[in-house]
Design a protein around this ligand. Structure first.
Ligand code: SF4
Ligand code: SF4
Length: 436
């Protein structure tokens, strides 16, 4: 059997055993949720409620006319305490609706199942997915309905569900694949119908054979495939996953849609399945809380807008002060500076690490060893990208960087490559928009 994989990549220690055998625990709704109006790529939402309004669970509280966006819903029923601000993991201060829960979880009256899938058109499904506020739940948070809208001259033939979860420590998708395999397969069926696609594949790294088996059982004799991929970081990056499964390359500056492929995370498929069967929009998700200084690492199903502090309390807090606290995985995640930060649609993990696992290393001069070039899955030259944070970086294609951090991980000189490349990317993006 071929070992599906991509060129480049690295093998960081996995640390999955801390939480992968812990079944998902559902946390009760908190007394208060802080729901940011920016939880996705694209246009931010504007609050559609005001201080003092009563809201039902699942009611729209933020929306926009923009196509590349997704509405935001109340994750509890209660009263709007304020329309204020909150800080996201990337440091941005964004508008947020703060809801004080009434503890009743009263569901919005307009929530209803979608009906028979066979009766729905592609447009109906795209509309349903947008209405439910569904975005990519692997971290990128790209609005799902946009992915199902190919250009007029294109078509989608393949849907890939991403069950790789290649970041160390994260195990939420692993548990979801074991515990909700049927929902994932139904979600795949809905997405295939939305895109009129012929091939449906679920990609799972070969370090999760139990998840692959659960999915195969759920598929039964339906014409979908589970593909076992070589465990390597970043196997779950969209372009690398497509290359490994279909042998097609997304062109520089292009999208998977341009080569007839749509990729969604397995948890996104579950959210679609739920929205389809019950009408309940995206108001909760599973988050891994793990790391060597977390007392009881767990996978928690939580309402969006729950604070990180509540998640950590549910895991017994820290055994000692963490040296690093991260939202997402340790390779691509962002530092958490404020425990009040809320869980959003893209929050896959909260990882707390000791100095022993995440030491602060002194940066040394580059020794031109080329290991970052070998590791880069995007065929870039990270050492040069990180050296020229101005227009001369353009020839090294900074916008093709997927920010996986493999270069920083492998660098023996501890160069802060990813940090500098992010600056070069921001500069290049501004130049493309004609801002510099
Ligand atoms: S891995 Fe580090 S030391 Fe080696 S070439 Fe790249 S930047 Fe230089
Ligand atoms: S240059 Fe970008 S894509 Fe390449 S290894 Fe570094 S972070 Fe990953």
């Amino acid at each position: 059997m071929p070992r599906y994989t991509f060129r480049g990549g690295v093998h960081p220690p996995e640390f999955k055993d801390l939480a992968c055998s812990r079944p998902v625990e559902t946390l009760p709704a908190p007394a208060r949720v802080v729901i940011p109006m920016v939880q996705h790529m694209g246009a931010p939402c504007e609050a559609t409620v005001r201080k003092g309004d009563a809201v039902a669970m699942g009611q729209v509280i933020g929306d926009t006319e923009a196509f590349v966006s997704a509405p935001i819903h109340a994750s509890v029923s209660g009263v709007v305490e304020a329309v204020g601000q909150c800080t996201l993991a990337d440091g941005r201060k964004v508008p947020a609706v703060i809801v004080e829960s009434d503890g009743e979880d009263r569901l919005s009256e307009d929530i209803a199942p979608a009906g028979d899938l066979a009766e729905l058109t592609s447009d109906d499904i795209r509309h349903l997915v947008r209405k439910a506020g569904i975005v990519g739940m692997g971290g990128a948070a790209f609005p799902a309905h946009v992915k199902y809208s190919p250009p007029p001259d294109g078509n989608v033939d393949t849907i890939i569900l991403n069950g790789c979860e290649c970041e160390p420590f994260l195990t939420c998708d692993h548990r979801v694949m074991i515990e909700e395999a049927e929902e994932i397969v139904f979600g795949l069926e809905v997405i295939m119908k939305a895109c009129d696609a012929e091939r449906g594949v679920i990609g799972v790294e070969d370090n999760k054979p139990d998840a692959a088996e659960a999915l195969r059982q759920a598929i039964g004799d339906r014409p979908y495939e589970v593909v076992s991929l070589q465990t390597k970081y970043p196997e779950g990056a969209e372009k690398q996953l497509i290359s490994a499964i279909t042998d097609r390359e997304v062109p520089s500056g292009g999208l998977p849609l341009h080569i007839g492929v749509v990729v969604n995370n397995v948890s996104t498929a579950v959210a679609i399945s739920r929205a389809f069967k019950t009408g309940v929009p995206l108001i909760e998700r599973v988050v891994t809380v793990s790391g060597d200084v977390v007392a009881q690492p767990k996978n928690l199903r939580v309402r969006l807008g729950t604070s990180i502090e509540v998640l950590l309390e549910a895991c017994g807090g820290f055994t000692k002060a963490p040296a690093r606290l991260i939202s997402g995985g340790p390779m691509m995640g962002l530092a958490i500076y404020d425990l009040d930060m809320p869980v959003t649609k893209g929050t896959s993990g909260v990882i707390a690490l000791s100095e022993g696992i995440a030491p602060v290393l002194n940066e040394e001069p580059c020794i031109r060893c080329g290991r970052c070039v070998e590791a880069c899955p995007a065929f870039l030259m990270p050492l040069y990208l990180a050296t020229y944070p101005d227009e001369s970086a353009m020839e090294f294609r900074p916008l093709d960087c997927i920010e996986c951090g493999a270069c920083s991980y492998i660098c023996p000189a501890n160069r802060h490559l990813l940090q500098r490349i992010r600056l070069a990317k921001a500069e290049a993006a501004a130049r493309q928009r004609g801002e510099s």
